[in-house]
Design a protein around this ligand. Structure first.
Ligand SMILES: *Cc1c(COP(=O)(O)O)cnc(C)c1O
Length: 314
């Protein structure tokens, strides 16, 4: 398989019309690789770098529900190179993603959350001693390469606007490790645009969450010789994280059901459904009316199936 020959993902209008806004969704969940999503967009660039460096195995980390680990394990299987995943034992219940990770033949090392870093270090040393040249990818595909993936996505949005003649006033999306948001913000600033990019956090709180996005933007900017930016540029909203990662409520289930039934688009309770609900609350609370709003669907389709029973009971 030839990874990395993607076309721009579709942007479609949806039936939601809260406060007379018109809503569109950019379908990064449809990227044609391992159920797509933002981790697929990032992973393609990481594997290009891995090939450039002539590495012969890959090491990364994440929980058993990690979309990132599923995609890295899948591409490693495509390329026929060993994939090592360090996974915290606290979050190792079986999920659709963990079953696929197993199916792809990834080698999972479980350890307590507090020992993830040292376990990664040990694994890298061990692999080098065995004569491998390991390539390390941070959890979630974090880092400048991950940021680049969403500078590219931002440019796809610009191209859509150029062809269609319309402009989005707001771009909303789920923000987690912050790389997706950093890439979108970098894209916006590099092109001198004014619109608002609003990251709806699924877990992290401020100031930490917003600071990581800012650090990611500035790491990327320094790398390409641009002046670092200040925190006012980052809209990192932590009002809808509930009790943190993985927590959701009845309204989120209701939102997911509505989008699925009205528009045929699946979302999950950890990332996209939670943020779509958070976006609607934010729009109500900030009285945003009559604007064009783009929501980026960052993927996670296997998690939709993990939640299907609860959706049916809602
Ligand atoms: C990882 C993930 C996110 C968060 O992306 P970051 O770049 O880590 O902020 C959002 N949505 C889905 C479906 C994800 O898997």
């Amino acid at each position: 398989m030839n990874i990395g020959m993607f076309q721009a993902t579709p942007i479609q209008s949806i039936s939601e019309n809260l406060n007379n806004n018109t809503f569109f969704i950019k379908r990064d969940d449809l990227l044609p690789l391992s159920f797509g999503g933002n981790k697929a967009r990032k992973a393609v660039l990481f594997f290009e770098d891995l090939m450039r460096e002539e590495s012969d195995c890959v090491v990364t980390y994440g929980s058993s529900s990690s979309n990132h680990c599923r995609i890295i394990a899948n591409i490693a299987a495509v390329k026929n190179i060993p994939c090592h995943i360090i996974s915290p034992s606290e979050s190792s219940h079986p999920t659709s993603n963990s079953k696929m990770i197993e199916l792809f033949g990834a080698l999972v090392t479980l350890c307590p959350l507090a020992e993830v870093n040292i376990t990664i270090e040990r694994k890298l040393v061990e692999l080098k001693e065995q004569g491998y040249k390991p390539y390390f990818i941070q959890g979630g595909g974090h880092g400048d390469i991950g940021t680049q993936a969403y500078v590219n996505a931002y440019e796809e949005i610009l191209e859509y606007e150029r062809v269609s003649g319309m402009k989005f006033d707001y771009i909303f999306h789920t923000t987690g490790t912050g790389t997706t948001q950093a890439g979108l913000v970098c894209g916006k600033l590099l092109h001198g645009d004014k619109r608002e990019i609003v990251g709806i956090s699924n877990a992290r709180k401020n100031p930490y969450g917003g600071q990581v996005v800012l650090d990611s933007v500035n790491s990327y900017f320094i790398n390409i010789g641009k002046v670092p930016i200040t925190t006012e540029e980052i809209i990192f909203i932590d009002d809808y994280v509930l009790s943190g990662y993985g927590f959701y409520n009845q309204q989120i289930l209701k939102t997911i059901k509505e989008v699925l039934i009205n528009d045929g688009i699946p979302m999950d309770t950890t990332y996209t459904g939670k943020a779509f609900w958070g976006m609607k609350e934010y729009i109500k609370n900030n009285q945003i009316n009559g604007n064009k709003v783009l929501f980026i669907h960052t993927g996670g389709t296997p998690l939709f199936f993990d939640n299907l029973e609860e959706l049916m009971n809602e």
